[in-house]
Design a protein around this ligand. Structure first.
Ligand SMILES: Nc1ncnc2c1ncn2[C@@H]1O[C@H](COP(=O)(O)OP(=O)(O)OP(=O)(O)O)[C@@H](O)[C@H]1O
Ligand SMILES: [Mg+2]
Length: 256
């Protein structure tokens, strides 16, 4: 498998605190890559650097062979790298369909202005975007809730909506930060199946942060483990699961 995202020597300091220290790993094209580690390990910080939300202190980020370090977040989305946030970030008063359409239009070549003021090309593009929205809703089992206000959805559906908005930008790589947090065991299992389905259907690669080990072990092709800002292990799910350093990091965190 070829490399889609390549992270090299990534470091992030917040004042005196080193949240990420010289971290290197890559995400392969077509793979589901897991990024795990105890609370405060630096996982979300890593996502913030990859998506341009925060500047790195040092290190390089390459996506599809090109440097993306220092690019604005919307430029990174345009190149095909999208994320969902650890906290739900929908527009609660807008409907599910409208929220997802916002995602679909983010990567629109004509921009929002042309969409609003018409023309045949704009109309055609809008139709394409609306088609994407319907497809994404179907894949995430949200079609029956299309016209509901996002703020009134049950928690599990809100989480899926977050994934749907990211997916609607038609990314090559989708970053998911704790998409299954707070879901019950049945919902977690369902989400695992859905994730594998959307990977195939949308020809997607995924980088996922999750504390649900059952989900991580089931869906990931490759897992990277962070602890206190450092990469302590990486490999296939079974390798990582049996790695003493990983076990110690998690047990240590539980005893603390
Ligand atoms: N904007 C910030 N300013 C200062 N410190 C920060 C900031 N963001 C994160 N940190 C610190 O960096 C460290 C790593 O945090 P991060 O949120 O990346 O961890 P995480 O692995 O995502 O944890 P969790 O599993 O709890 O979500 C923590 O010590 C955190 O307090
Ligand atoms: Mg986090």
């Amino acid at each position: 498998m070829s490399t889609l995202l390549e992270i090299s020597g990534l470091t992030k300091r917040f004042g005196g605190l080193t949240a990420l220290s010289d971290v290197s790993f890559s995400a392969s094209d077509g793979a589901i890559t897991g990024l795990i580690g105890p609370n405060g390990a630096g996982k979300t910080t890593c996502f913030n650097l990859i998506t341009g939300t925060l500047p790195a202190t040092s290190g390089t980020l390459q996506f599809k062979g090109q440097d993306i370090g220092g690019l604005a977040p919307h430029r990174i989305v345009e190149r095909g790298l999208a994320r969902t946030f650890q906290a739900a970030t929908t527009f609660p008063a807008a409907t599910v369909r409208e929220n997802i359409l916002r995602g679909a239009l983010l990567r629109h070549p004509l921009g929002l202005g042309a969409m609003l003021f018409g023309g045949p090309a704009a109309r055609q593009a809008e139709q394409a975007a609306r088609g994407t929205v319907e497809e994404v809703m179907e894949a995430l089992d949200l079609t029956e809730h299309a016209d509901r206000e996002a703020g009134t959805l049950a928690y599990g559906h809100q989480k899926r909506l977050g994934v749907a908005i990211g997916l609607a930008t038609r990314p090559a790589l989708l970053l998911l930060d704790e998409p299954a947090a707070g879901l019950n065991p049945d919902e977690v299992d369902r989400f695992a199946i859905m994730l594998k389905e959307i990977r195939t259907r949308f020809n997607l690669s995924v980088l996922i942060v999750e504390h649900h080990m059952r989900l991580i072990m089931r869906v990931c092709d490759h897992i990277v483990v962070l602890d206190h800002g450092e990469k302590i292990a990486e490999g296939a799910p079974e390798e990582v699961r049996d790695n003493p350093k990983v076990i110690e990091a998690y047990l240590g965190a539980e005893h603390a």
